[in-house]
Write a protein that binds this ligand. Sequence first.
Ligand SMILES: Cc1cc2nc3c(=O)[nH]c(=O)nc-3n(C[C@H](O)[C@H](O)[C@H](O)COP(=O)(O)OP(=O)(O)OC[C@H]3O[C@@H](n4cnc5c(N)ncnc54)[C@H](O)[C@@H]3O)c2cc1C
Length: 377
Amino acid sequence: MNVTIVGGGVAGTLTANYLATRLRDEVRRKEIEITLISDRDKLLYEPGLLYLIFNRLEEKDILRDLKILLDPGVKFVFKRADKIDLENREIRLGDEKLSYDYLVIATGSRIVPEEIPGLTKTGHWFYNLDGAVRLRDEIAKFKGGKIVVSVMGVPHKCPVAPIEVTFLLHDFLKIHGIRKSSEIIYTYPINRVFLMESVSELVQNLFTEKGIETRTFFNPIEVDAEKREVLTLEGERERFDLLISIPPHKGSKVIIDSGISDDGWVPTDRYTLKVKGHDNAFAIGDTTDLPVSKAGSVAHFQAEVVAENISAEIKGLPPTARYFGKAMCFIETSFNEATYIWFDYETQPKFVKPNKFTHWMKIAYNRMFWLTARGVL
Ligand SMILES: Cc1cc2nc3c(=O)[nH]c(=O)nc-3n(C[C@H](O)[C@H](O)[C@H](O)COP(=O)(O)OP(=O)(O)OC[C@H]3O[C@@H](n4cnc5c(N)ncnc54)[C@H](O)[C@@H]3O)c2cc1C
């Protein structure tokens, strides 16, 4: 019997490691094979990109070889999946075809800055490693002026990261004595600064306290590279000296090419995490179409549910684990303080006053992540 996981991000890696732990005896007896297919052989700890752009973490701190993270009970195939055939339970990798008994789709999301004309010419982002390295150098050279932090579409990974980068920029400019000669403008597509109302209120208050301006109902459609302006659907123009964008996101191409959906988000049952209409296929992490944050913590909680249910089915036990929308996010409000939010399908987030202890919890988690990725915690 074969359990195949496609995608070696945090969702796929954790699922593979949890399954290897739960099915240790079956793998040893060669009754079960656990295969992870990924087109990258390294795992990037994306939350670390926020610290990399301010030179507080380096590339070596946030990248690890999958080979050392994966349990020895997992077979790693370093290839791109070209097609997932849910009807015939097959995956095409170039000329090769692999069949599976259970499938976990964990192909994540990707940024598509090319979808906003002009953005790749003059805009910056920190939502992938190359972009973050370029932005780090740009921030280090910044001598004052107008910075626009612009969320250019939802959904996007880590809903709170654009807020955090704005707070940290404020601190960074203060430390370097150029806050007074700079403006920071934060833009968001809807009529407030964050999707969830309670979080929006806290953030808006902190923005006002720190002298950060906001533009809401701001939906960029183009970046004029010559005039250095962002143009919006609403007919506004915002000039910038440095543009930090959160580019639009899409799901993986293989989901679109396989006809699973048009936008790359996989239709997923909100409790069982099964791909709708397919009893032996699951989807987790950023790739699902669920109304939850595209966050590593979500991937973590979902991986536990899927690994528990697949191993239960294989062992002839009742697969009773369910996912209830659980998510947890730290929110760095400065280089010294943070808060956090917990929420699920039923519960709106509540948060504590930003404090030093929560900030240090986040800093500690940045190191502990590598233990969680191995499935140890
Ligand atoms: C700047 C930033 C800060 C963040 N901060 C936080 C935070 O503080 N807390 C938090 O919880 N989350 C945070 N996140 C979000 C978190 O990193 C993502 O939600 C999480 O990484 C999603 O994991 P995933 O495995 O679902 O997807 P991904 O990480 O996108 O992994 C998918 C993998 O599948 C591979 N793949 C795709 N298609 C194929 C194919 N056809 N064949 C083979 N392989 C394929 C990809 O190459 C990739 O390796 C942050 C994200 C960013 C960008």
